[in-house]
Design a protein around this ligand. Structure first.
Ligand code: 5AD
Ligand code: FES
Length: 362
């Protein structure tokens, strides 16, 4: 098995079967994969981590994904909506601390008022930072015109996870109705790419009903879609969600964690110059989970700069880390943490996806 892994890793292309074999590898095999992916990371994007200050603006959501703790039908979630002033204060903090970029994330709302609010925030963030802060948004499925408007107002990256590239699995983890439609999700991703966003997607790893073949195909999906950025994390069950009833089908949490690291490493091998985030959900499982992801291929970290009092309520999954901290505490903690990975931090740099710049040159 171990020799087979070395042979496969030397190949120019990895097939679905190769990826399935790699995803199933044992500890020795997995370490070979990690050594290889780590070398590719340092050769293609360098040993440098870029910060995206994450602002979880609001947990009000019109969707009801079966896995998510802030789904509309979860009546026990306490809802909040941070004021524009507080958002701008957090943006100022990120700018002062020389975080290259921000991520504005919220539950999914489609409305003209929401569209305008985001457009205004984008303009103001650009203004208060002398155009220096890069802005990624993660605001779900929206009409093309809305994506276009936000792009024109200064957002240049968009994150929209496909969650699973297998439509059958997609419909096991989402209700099957107009609001949750696999084809719509795909069309949104295409529209974002066409408008010109650096486009990011990702999946959850270790979902109930998910197979190794699904995960291998997720990796190939991301390669074939030619994404610029990826965020993927382990699935963590939440007690107030419908998917919780299938917790008996799950891999042990440590295995979901390791499998996510393998997914990150394999994606780095498949797509050498994209940006890959070390998802916060990794840290919910292992206190140095994100640092481990950085070692095997991730190069983006999203420090949470949501004002402390709201953090506890943006609970997509159980055990979310650092919900009782303030942004200032995170800065020192993070710097020390990155230190242990041997990477440095790209302060004050956007750290755009190199893949995107190449795609645009062609
Ligand atoms: N476990 C892990 N990740 C989750 N997300 C939502 N719920 C969970 C969960 N229970 C992820 C989804 C979504 C992102 C914002 O958070 O992938 O796209
Ligand atoms: Fe869809 Fe939260 S309701 S991810």
């Amino acid at each position: 098995m171990s020799n087979q892994i070395e042979t496969v890793l030397k190949q120019e292309q990895l097939s679905e079967q190769d990826l399935i074999m790699l995803l199933q590898s044992d500890k020795i095999g997995r370490n070979k994969i990690f050594t290889h992916s780590s070398k590719i990371k340092s050769d293609y994007v360098g040993k440098r981590v870029y910060y995206r200050g994450l602002i979880e603006m609001s947990n009000i959501c019109s969707k009801s994904c079966y896995y998510c703790g802030i789904r509309m039908d979860n009546k026990s979630a306490k809802r909040y909506n941070i004021s524009d002033e507080e958002i701008l204060k957090a943006a100022k903090f990120a700018h002062e601390k020389k975080y290259g970029s921000l991520v504005l994330q919220a539950g999914e709302i489609i409305s003209p008022v929401f569209t305008k609010r985001i457009s205004n925030l984008l303009k103001q963030i650009k203004e208060i930072s002398n155009n220096e802060l890069g802005i990624t948004i993660s605001l779900g499925e929206q009409p093309d015109e809305v994506y276009q408007e936000w792009f024109e107002n200064g957002a240049h990256r968009y994150l929209l996870r496909i969650e699973s590239s297998n439509p059958d699995l997609y419909y096991k983890i989402h209700p099957k109705n107009d609001k949750h439609n696999f084809e719509t999700r795909l069309a949104c991703l295409e529209s974002l790419q066409k408008i010109g966003y650096q486009t990011g997607t990702g999946v959850m790893v270790g979902l109930p009903f998910q197979t190794y073949q699904d995960l291998a195909r997720d990796l190939l999906f991301m390669r074939d879609f030619d994404i610029d950025m990826c965020g993927m994390g382990p699935y963590i069950e939440h007690v107030d969600t419908p998917l919780y009833q299938y917790r008996g089908l799950l891999l042990p949490i440590e295995d979901r964690f390791t499998l996510t690291l393998k997914m990150i490493a394999l994606l780095r091998i498949l797509m050498k110059d994209i940006n890959i985030a070390a998802a916060t959900a990794l840290q919910a499982i292992d206190p140095i989970g994100r640092e481990k992801a950085i070692k095997v291929g991730a190069n983006i970290l999203m420090p949470n700069i949501t004002p402390g009092m709201y953090r506890d309520d943006y609970k997509l999954y159980e055990n979310k880390p650092c919900t009782d901290e303030e942004a200032e505490d995170c800065t020192n903690c993070l710097e020390m943490r990155i230190g242990i990975t041997g990477d440095d931090i790209g302060y004050g740099e956007w750290g755009d996806s190199k893949h995107y710049s190449k795609r645009k040159e062609l």
